[in-house]
Design a protein around this ligand. Structure first.
Ligand SMILES: NC(=O)c1ccc[n+]([C@@H]2O[C@H](COP(=O)([O-])OP(=O)(O)OC[C@H]3O[C@@H](n4cnc5c(N)ncnc54)[C@H](O)[C@@H]3O)[C@@H](O)[C@H]2O)c1
Ligand SMILES: [Zn+2]
Length: 345
């Protein structure tokens, strides 16, 4: 078992990483009325048994990013009232990042806030979205436009749940793991090739990868400085998602986005080709895409203009001088960005 203590504004909390944790929920020591919020995929796999152990109500949302909405939140509020959740109660968010963000937003706002326990079941949620306190939902106008900071009471990770995660989702989570490796922990780049069915190795991978996020959010809980480094590869990724009308899943877009960030870093003289080759090799090993295919570089560049992190349309990238040496680079010439995208076709 591993325990990672996180220091956060509004209270410290622990991340526990332990195979079998979901089967031992009676010992979690949750207080008050408990409501488990999950989705239709996770409920039969883990939700119903968890609710039985906790003597909790289960609220089930449909599966998919398209349900990370205020409408779902309104239905969950109604469910919380019916279940008798009061201010002394606890919301358990059981699922991937979509459930975590939505249930977290419910916990942040229902009765001005109730306790939240995050139980992430996807690799992405384990190493990224369940930690750091950002919760929220999408609007028709864009992703994550409504939200709050809500620190969990604890984050409970059972790596055994990764054995039922669809393989493509596992690989998508690996893109964020590789990002964390590039930002701060080169060994993660070796560890990323482990199997999702090897629970012991997966537990170690999660532990190392989440530690990178913990270190960053502890230093910068409200994203005023280095938390922005977690956007490595994401300016490219968001453009890929948008131009492909979200046919490219986020993680796959992040994979190629990391390579694009590496290539751009090299073009600007920040790093050598050894780094870009290293990124390409690891993407190959874990079977994440290394090329953009038929996505038009000009359209991708246009899409980047609308990125909310670009102030007044002036470019702003997280780039690498090497593994563990990220920095923000502003005002990169459009030709250089487009040339980088063309190279990746
Ligand atoms: N709050 C943050 O800081 C933060 C950070 C990164 C991403 N996010 C958000 O996270 C979301 C993406 O999260 P995600 O990648 O986990 O997607 P997701 O929640 O949609 O989960 C992916 C799929 O895997 C299924 N699944 C999850 N765990 C499973 C398991 N153990 N067994 C079988 N199936 C399982 C889900 O039902 C879903 O179909 C996005 O909405 C994104 O905006 C938030
Ligand atoms: Zn991401």
């Amino acid at each position: 078992m591993a325990a990672i203590r996180v220091t956060a504004p509004g209270g410290d909390y622990d991340i526990l990483i332990e195979p079998g944790l979901l089967r031992r929920a009676a010992s979690w020591g949750l207080r008050g009325r408990v409501v488990v919020i999950t989705n239709t995929t996770i409920a039969p796999l883990y939700g119903e048994s968890l609710a039985r152990q906790l003597d909790a109500a289960v609220l089930t949302m449909p599966d998919g990013e398209q349900y990370k909405t205020l409408e779902t939140v309104a239905e969950l509020y109604a469910g919380c009232v019916s279940a008798g959740l009061d201010r002394g109660g606890t919301v358990v968010a059981l699922g991937g990042g979509v459930v975590g963000d939505t249930a977290g937003f419910v916990a942040a706002t229902y009765m001005r806030g109730v306790r939240l326990v995050q139980v992430p079941t996807s690799l992405l949620a384990m190493v990224d979205s369940s930690v750091g306190g950002k919760v929220g939902v999408d609007l028709p106008q864009g992703k994550n436009l409504v939200g709050a900071f809500k620190q969990p009471d604890k984050v409970l990770v059972d790596p055994e749940t990764l054995t039922t995660l669809p393989e493509r989702e596992w690989r998508c989570g690996l893109a964020e793991v590789i990002k964390h490796g590039l930002l701060a922990d080169p060994e993660l780049l070796e560890m990323a090739s482990c199997s999702q069915n090897n629970t012991q190795q997966a537990a170690e991978l999660v532990c190392r990868a989440v530690q990178v996020k913990v270190d960053v959010v502890q230093q910068d809980p409200f994203e005023q400085s280095i938390r922005a480094h977690l956007n490595l590869g994401h300016t490219f990724a968001h453009a890929v998602e948008q131009v492909s009308s979200y046919r490219w899943p986020h993680g796959e877009a992040v994979g190629v986005g990391l390579l694009a960030a590496g290539r751009l870093s090299h073009k600007l003289g920040l790093c050598g080709t050894d780094l870009t080759e290293q990124i390409e090799t690891i993407l190959q090993i874990v079977q994440l895409p290394q090329r953009l295919g038929n996505l038009d570089p000009e359209l991708l560049y246009e899409a980047m203009h609308t990125d909310k992190k670009w102030q007044n349309g002036n470019s702003r990238f997280v780039l690498l001088r090497g593994v563990g040496r990220a920095e923000i680079v502003k005002d990169v010439a459009p030709e250089v960005i487009i040339a980088t995208l063309k190279e990746l076709q």
